[in-house]
Structure formats: C-alpha cells, structure tokens
Design a protein around this ligand. Structure first.
Ligand code: MLT
Length: 217
C-alpha cells in the first residue's frame, strides 16, 4: 500500500515518461502542472509539495539564509523525496528508468541534490535557476544522465558563475549537460520553456511520432 508522506498531484500520461515537477519556494503541487504539460504533452506528471515551511511557504529543504542551506536537512529531504519517487513509481506503475525532473529554483536545487546523492532515480533533469546545493564526498556516475540548465544573466539569486560551477560539477560526474544563458532574472520566461521543450524532444525522444517542432504564436 502506497502511503505517501508528500502531498502530491498525479496526472497520468500516454508514454512511458514521467516528469517529476518540483516547485520553487512558496509554491505547491499544482504550480508546475501547466508547465509540465507544455514541456511534454504525453508524459505522466508527478508533482509533490515540499514539506518544509519557511514563514508558511512550502520548500523542499531548510535553508539558513538565502543560498545558505541546512545540509543535514537537505540530505534527509533528498532521500525522502527519492523514496517517495520509488513508492509513487510502484503505485502508479511508472517506468522507473524514465523519470525526468523538472525543477524551478528550490525545486531545481533538490533535483540536483537527488542527481548527486541518489543518481539511480533520475534519467534526466530540466533545471531552471539551479545552484550547487552540495558537493558530495564522492561524485556519482552520471554518465547516463542528461541535464538542461536555464540560467538568467540578471538573476540576483543564482549568479551565472554559480550556474557555471554547477555545469562543471555535473560534467565532472559524467553528465551530458546543456546550459542556456538567458536575458532574464530569477523568474521563468516563455522563451526558455520552448527551448527546454525542444531540448527534451531532441535528446530524449527524437523518434516519437507527432514530435515535430511546434510553432507558438
Ligand atoms: C533555495 O533556497 O533553494 C534557493 O535560494 C532558491 C530559492 O528558493 O530562492
């Protein structure tokens, strides 16, 4: 019996892929559902709500200050989230080897932490405004992981040097990393969603029928 300890929303899909949607600080399980559908109309969507509250705002792990993380809590919450994904995969009969994280800000940071600490969980990740959440003692083997990072050149929270540091860390673990530097701040832009969607299609399911680049108006 699946007794999830994370409140979540699940939307079935029509392919073997699942997008694990991870919201930013102050978000919830509903926030990224439209984004997930835009990125991949055929994927199942699994969207948990972070359990940590900061002044009433849900997050995926505790922080001591902006960009200063409580590493013990981060590690604990990373394993908790990974175990949730394993349980949800069994319960909803998801293909465990086709889980793609899509995280924004705090959600991107825990997705990265999961890549580093529980590399077996994620097949790929789309990380909007991510930073280096922690540096593990031993780097995992991420040679089968594909990662897309969207960074804003005017982001006051995640400096581009920090985004580049993340790229280096993931590449040194063997991941296939694409970074897109945008004229943007910390908020998401429509243009980058389209870029991330094209990357996902090209990298992960290039041969799928009906998978031509769509025009947006
Ligand atoms: C974090 O705490 O994960 C980052 O500072 C991003 C944020 O949530 O503002």
């Amino acid at each position: 019996m699946f007794a999830p300890d994370l409140i979540h929303e699940f939307v079935p899909g029509s392919s073997e892929r699942t997008l694990l949607l991870l919201h930013g600080t102050g978000g919830n399980e509903h926030d990224l559902i439209p984004l997930g559908r835009e990125l991949d109309p055929k994927a199942a969507l699994l969207s948990p709500r972070g359990k940590v509250l900061e002044n009433g705002m849900p997050r995926f792990f505790r922080r001591l200050a902006e960009g200063v993380f409580d590493l013990d809590d981060l590690k604990k919450r990373t394993h908790e989230l990974a175990d949730f994904v394993v349980g949800a995969s069994r319960h909803y009969k998801l293909a465990a080897n086709h889980i793609i994280a899509v995280g924004y800000s705090n959600g991107a940071n825990i997705a990265t932490s999961m890549l580093l600490l529980r590399p077996e969980i994620l097949h790929a990740a789309i990380l909007f405004r991510a930073m280096v959440p922690l540096v593990p003692d031993k780097l995992p083997d991420l040679s089968s992981a594909r990662v897309w990072i969207g960074a804003g050149n005017e982001d006051p929270i995640v400096l581009t040097s920090e985004a580049q540091r993340l790229v280096q860390l993931l590449r040194s673990a063997g991941a296939d990393v694409t970074i897109h530097l945008l004229n943007a701040g910390h908020g998401l832009t429509n243009g980058e969603i389209e870029i991330a969607r094209d990357w996902l299609r090209t990298k992960l399911f290039p041969g799928e029928s009906g998978n031509r680049k769509q025009k947006t108006t």
